[in-house]
Write a protein that binds this ligand. Sequence first.
Ligand code: PPE
Length: 310
Amino acid sequence: MNTADLIWANGELVAWEDAKVHVLTHALHYGTGVFEGIRAYETEQGPAIFRHREHLERLEKSARLYYMDVPYSLDELREATHELIARNGLRSCYIRPLVVRGYGEMGLNPLENPVEVYIAAWEWGAYLGEEGKANGVRAKTSSYRRISPESLIPHSKASGQYLNSVLAKVEATKAGYDEAILLDHKGVVCEGAGENVFVIRDGVITTPGHTSSILDGINRRSVIEIATDLGYTVVERELARAELPLADEVFLTGTAAELTPLREIDDIPIGDGVPGPITREIQGMFDDALHGRTPQYADWLDLVPVPSGT
Ligand code: PPE
């Protein structure tokens, strides 16, 4: 992976290679951490973080659902991230805030363990490949079901919960696909291993709603707003598995993946097997929003103040 010079660790900037934790860190054993994935893009006014506040708010919510109080305010985390990007001299990057139960007691009750906060940032290219973003990716319906609220908390972006995504991703890639699509315990479509999913049929855009076991993606929300502004009808409802292969177009959204078209599901081409016109239109508008080229969505960007003299 690409590295950077510095990492923010519990209030201090430390060298990348010195950002270490104890082997008895609670989260290493039991997955008791929550995280975010955020991107900053190069704009004419410098690096700008896409929907920074929404990501930090979700981080706090994810933590709250696992009984953790983040020991820094949202503004403190925001400024820490600004400093981290500026001091690393990054023009565009992926940002990974991580809140974990640290070293203290062993055993399943983490409530006495310290809550530690780390923020890393590095350059990260297209998650499903540049070629995938341009021409679409191939997905496999996972044999693993998406975690359900009966056992975990789909709406929390919690570290341990990602074992579900890891299994689905490994299964799909070993079978030669780019990504996995997970159904829930009832057999309805939830999302990709690390992306939300949208289906287009007869000009109507459909995506699973909040009561499906999805992560409430920030790019999902952004794309719903963009599509609605473009005049499309966006419906949030349960999606049957067969609606993916029968769709005219399907695309995935996520911070890492941005907007990536799906061109095949379970070896069945979607539509003409190439990204469709509505996907292309929304992808173009979304890309403009990410890079600060759309005044209409300018307030989605949090500009990183560049220290004077640099
Ligand atoms: N669902 C899941 C399970 C998920 O992990 C993500 C983000 C999304 C939906 C989309 O959420 P949002 O980024 O807010 O639009 N996945 C993150 C982690 C990827 C990784 O491999 O790590 C990401 O895209 O940053």
